[in-house]
Design a protein around this ligand. Structure first.
Ligand code: OGA
Ligand code: NI
Length: 363
């Protein structure tokens, strides 16, 4: 039996739960106490001013070698120490970013029948969804989402994209095109920073044949935000993620050691993070870091996560040049198709997958 044919139980839209004015969330959304967010200040000594690095890319793609070197060294630190950073002046028009996010907000506020017509199944995940894993009885996250493919071209299917608001398909198309270009440019910078030829990572991803998809998250208001999460802790399975967060409502938390840092989004910045496939290719020089989303009682939150992935059927393994006697290959080769089955069967589980792949001989 193929476990990925259908959901194990009827789907409940979190938005409908939220709108039905319950003052208690259903038990299915209550996390074990160790996973709940901590809102009290007494048990954490986090400095609330801490933020992930913010990097201005002005000049990065131009000739001045000094400016380039400075920006690259900031990116280097961010990829090695944080796995996360925000970028400013990245070349994507601010108006396009706002149009994309606000268009999606309108979609999530469309009548339920409009959205239900695009309900997804675990076969491809494309469409309107409310859970990730297919384990019966699993504890669920407080969010709905929409997932669609942009690349490879044969998977791009306008009929599976949302129909409303009327301009949304066009906006998504342009938005994704810009992000594919931006990711291509960043891949060159990361390759150079790792001491490789500038096209190395892109070639390892399959050259022109990369995958790209968009997951739009909708986190409805939640009456008991201290008991649940909008999205459980996970690392992104793909290559690079470009997140456009809500401009009004924080919610993303990034792990730093034993602490969770709440990201303070900069205006019109993208939040970039390293996914598991780049951790593997870089032989763990770059870190794919755990993150999660908290929800709140007064405000909904919309975010767009754009995933730039390797071609799904080529083996991904540590780049030869980054294997040394001190640091042998940490991971065996695996295709992205094989890799992403894990998260699709079991839902978000921290970093357990990429960590479990580590070759035992190295530890
Ligand atoms: C994701 C993700 C974060 C957010 O979709 O993988 O981590 O802020 N989203 O919604
Ligand atoms: Ni993520």
């Amino acid at each position: 039996m193929n476990k990925l044919q259908d959901w194990p139980e009827p789907i409940v839209r979190v938005q409908s739960l939220s709108e039905s004015c319950l003052n208690k969330i259903p038990e299915r959304y209550i996390k074990p106490s160790t996973e709940r967010p901590s809102f009290s200040s007494e048990n954490n000594n986090i400095d609330h001013n801490v933020n992930i690095p913010i990097i201005d890319l002005t000049g990065l793609f131009q000739a001045d070698q000094n400016v380039r070197a400075q920006i690259i060294s900031q990116i280097s630190m961010a990829c090695r120490e944080w796995g996360f950073f925000q970028i400013l002046n990245h070349g994507v028009r601010p108006e396009l970013m706002d149009q994309a996010r606000e268009g999606w907000r309108q979609f999530f506020h469309a009548p339920m029948e409009v959205k239900q017509a695009y309900a997804n199944s675990p076969k491809t995940y494309e469409g309107y969804g409310s859970r990730l894993g297919v384990e019966k009885g699993a504890i669920l996250d407080w969010s709905d989402y929409y997932f669609l493919h942009y690349r490879p071209t044969n998977l791009k299917d306008f009929n599976k994209w949302p129909p409303y608001p009327p301009s949304i398909r066009e906006v998504i198309d342009e938005y994704c095109k810009e992000l594919v270009e931006l990711c291509g440019r960043l891949m060159k910078i990361l390759s150079l920073e790792l001491g490789l030829r500038e096209d190395h990572l892109q070639n390892a991803f399959g050259g022109e044949n990369i995958g790209a998809c968009l997951r739009v998250n909708f986190y409805p208001k939640c009456p008991q935000p201290d008991l649940t999460l909008g999205l459980s802790s996970h690392s992104d399975p793909g290559g690079l993620t470009m997140l456009l967060p809500d401009d009004q409502v924080p919610g993303l938390q990034v792990r730093k050691g034993d602490n969770w840092i709440t990201v303070k989004p900069a205006k019109h910045a993208f939040i970039v993070n390293i996914g598991d496939q780049v951790q593997v290719l870089s032989n763990a020089n770059y870190k794919s870091v755990e993150h999660r989303v908290i929800v709140n009682p007064n405000q909904e939150r919309v975010s767009l996560a754009f995933f730039y992935n390797p071609k799904s059927d080529i083996p991904i393994e540590p780049v030869k040049e980054l294997i040394t006697t001190d640091k042998p290959a940490l991971y065996p080769p695996m295709t992205f198709d094989e890799y992403r089955l894990f998260i699709r069967l079991r839902g978000p589980r921290g970093k357990s997958q990429v960590d479990s792949m580590k070759s035992p001989k190295c530890y």
